[in-house]
Design a protein around this ligand. Structure first.
Ligand SMILES: Cc1cc2nc3c(=O)[nH]c(=O)nc-3n(C[C@H](O)[C@H](O)[C@H](O)COP(=O)(O)O)c2cc1C
Length: 206
């Protein structure tokens, strides 16, 4: 089994990466593989609501959205990590995930998800909340920890000094590994996926 993680910072080895690595190291101890997918610093488009999404994902192919979707289809769990910018997730992770989920939410359904927010000081829970919204609308069970999944640091590497933050990451990994193993055991013993319906779609005024 494998967890796909997303680093929503343009800084490849910053504090968000540190948090995700802490989760990854613990996942490996639990017998689960992981990959950290780096958004990097290249431009990322927003969703323009063109409605041209297809089985392959987003119509735009000049960034990493469709590459991530292909990896998500193969993964069994997801962790999305973001630095906090003005008390919200980075603009790049929001633009990226809007296009990923609008085109391909089926790739995520019934797979455990967790969000991680990284800040010098404030705005973590608001950012955590924003990323959790992708899970709720996509039928993804959310893995929790012993605190909200937040960690503090400003300069690169400073998150290594946040002992409680690191502990929260390790506990998140333990909980996510446990959920994934339970789901796999259920699948192997014949528990069917829920027969959810999306037949009703009403606009507020109709
Ligand atoms: C544009 C910008 C806005 C930021 N806004 C906040 C903020 O609202 N609250 C906070 O505590 N830290 C804020 N920070 C600090 C980052 O969240 C912090 O340095 C974090 O560790 C960066 O993660 P990274 O090393 O993975 O890039 C901001 C940083 C930048 C570049």
């Amino acid at each position: 089994m494998k967890v796909l993680m997303l680093n929503g910072s343009a800084r490849l080895n910053g504090n968000t990466y540190t948090a995700l690595e802490e989760i990854g190291k613990q996942l490996e101890k639990e017998g689960i593989e992981y990959e950290i997918f780096q958004l990097g610093a290249d431009p990322i488009r927003d969703c323009i609501g063109c409605g041209q999404c297809s089985e392959q994902g987003c119509v735009f192919t000049d960034d990493k959205v469709n590459e991530f979707i292909a990896k998500a289809k193969e993964a069994d769990g997801m962790v999305f990590g973001t630095p906090v910018y003005y008390a919200h997730p980075s603009g790049r992770i929001q633009s990226f995930l809007d296009r990923v989920f609008y085109s391909s939410s089926k790739a995520f359904a019934f797979k455990p998800g967790a969000a991680v927010a990284v800040a010098r000081r404030g705005g973590t829970t608001a950012s955590f909340d924003v990323l959790n919204k992708y899970f709720g609308i996509s039928q993804m069970p959310v893995a929790g920890s012993t605190y909200w999944n937040i960690i503090h640091g400003a300069r690169k590497g400073e998150a290594c000094e946040d002992a409680e933050g690191l502990q929260t990451m390790r506990n998140l990994a333990r909980n996510m590994a446990w959920m994934m193993k339970c789901f796999e055991a259920g699948r192997q013993s014949g528990v069917a996926l829920p027969d959810t319906k999306r037949t009703s779609r009403t606009n507020f005024i109709r």
